[in-house]
Design a protein around this ligand. Structure first.
Ligand SMILES: Cc1cc2nc3c(=O)[nH]c(=O)nc-3n(C[C@H](O)[C@H](O)[C@H](O)COP(=O)(O)O)c2cc1C
Length: 222
C-alpha cells in the first residue's frame, strides 16, 4: 500500500501545513503503509495552457516536473493533500498542479483511491473552506475522501497539537480504508453520477478528445 503526501506551502520545513501532512503519513505508516512526500513548491510545475493535447493524445506538452509527480499520484493507493489557506483557497502552487490534471478528471483516474485533506489558516481561521474545496475536487477526480482536518494558527500551540493528533488518526483511517476497500455510500453515488457525466462529455467530444474516448471505450462504456 503506497500513500503519497503533497504539501503546497512555500515555507518549506517551517510550514505548519507540512507538519499536518507528515502527521497523516506517520499515522498511515503506523498501519503498515509505505509513504512518500512531495513538497510541490520545490518542483517546477508550469501553468496549464489549455492546449487540449492531454485530451487528444493522453500526454502533456510541457517538459517540467509534473509528469513524474503525476505518475506518483496515479500509482498511489492513497493521497494526502495539504495547503495553507491563501485568501480562502489553496495556494497558487496547489491550484497550478490541480489544473494540470484535466485528463485525470475526464477519465476519473483517481477512482479506487482514498484521500485525506489538511489545511492551516492564520487570522481569519477559514481553513475549512480550503479542506472543503479539496474534498470536493478530489471526489470529483474519483477518489473517496477518508476525511479532512485543519487548524487556525491563531488558536495557539494546543490547538495545533490537537490537529496533529487528528491528522495522525486520519492517517490510520486512510490506511485502513485502503486495506478494507471501504465504500462511502453517499460519495459512491456522487462518483457514479460523475462517471456517467464525464463519459458522456468525452463521448460528445470524441473527435477532439480521441485518447480519452478510447479510454472510456476500453472501460467498456464508450
Ligand atoms: C498570500 C497569503 C494569503 C493568506 N491568506 C490568508 C487568509 O485569507 N486567511 C487566513 O486566515 N490566513 C491567511 N494566510 C495565512 C496562512 O494561511 C497561515 O499562516 C498558514 O498557517 C500558513 O501555512 P504554512 O505554515 O503551512 O505555510 C495567508 C498567508 C499568505 C502568505
Amino acid at each position: 500500500m503506497k500513500i503519497l503526501g503533497i504539501s503546497a506551502s512555500p515555507r518549506s520545513s517551517h510550514s505548519q501545513t507540512l507538519k499536518l501532512v507528515e502527521a497523516v503519513l506517520d499515522g498511515a505508516r503506523s498501519k503498515g503503509a509505505r509513504t512518500e512526500l512531495a513538497v510541490i513548491c520545490t518542483l517546477n510545475i508550469e501553468f496549464c495552457n489549455a492546449c487540449g493535447v492531454c485530451h487528444s493524445k493522453g500526454r502533456c506538452v510541457k517538459k517540467d516536473d509534473f509528469p513524474a509527480l503525476y505518475r506518483k499520484i496515479l500509482t498511489a493507493d492513497g493521497l494526502v493533500m495539504g495547503s495553507p489557506d491563501y485568501f480562502r483557497s489553496v495556494t497558487a502552487q496547489m491550484k497550478t498542479m490541480i489544473d494540470r490534471m484535466a485528463y485525470a478528471v475526464h477519465c476519473q483516474l483517481l477512482t479506487g483511491k482514498y484521500t485525506v485533506n489538511v489545511a492551516t489558516s492564520g487570522g481569519t481561521g477559514q481553513y475549512r473552506q480550503v479542506t472543503d474545496y479539496l474534498n470536493r475536487i478530489m471526489l470529483n477526480f474519483g477518489s473517496f475522501i477518508t476525511g479532512s482536518t485543519g487548524v487556525s494558527m491563531r488558536q495557539g500551540p494546543r490547538a495545533f497539537g490537537n490537529a496533529g493528533r487528528r491528522a495522525f488518526r486520519l492517517g490510520e483511517d486512510l490506511a485502513e480504508d485502503i486495506g478494507a476497500k471501504r465504500t462511502y455510500q453517499a460519495q459512491g453515488r456522487i462518483m457514479e453520477a460523475n462517471r456517467a457525466y464525464f463519459r458522456d462529455l468525452v463521448t460528445m467530444h470524441k473527435v477532439d478528445w480521441a485518447h480519452e474516448y478510447k479510454y472510456w471505450q476500453r472501460m467498456g462504456k464508450g
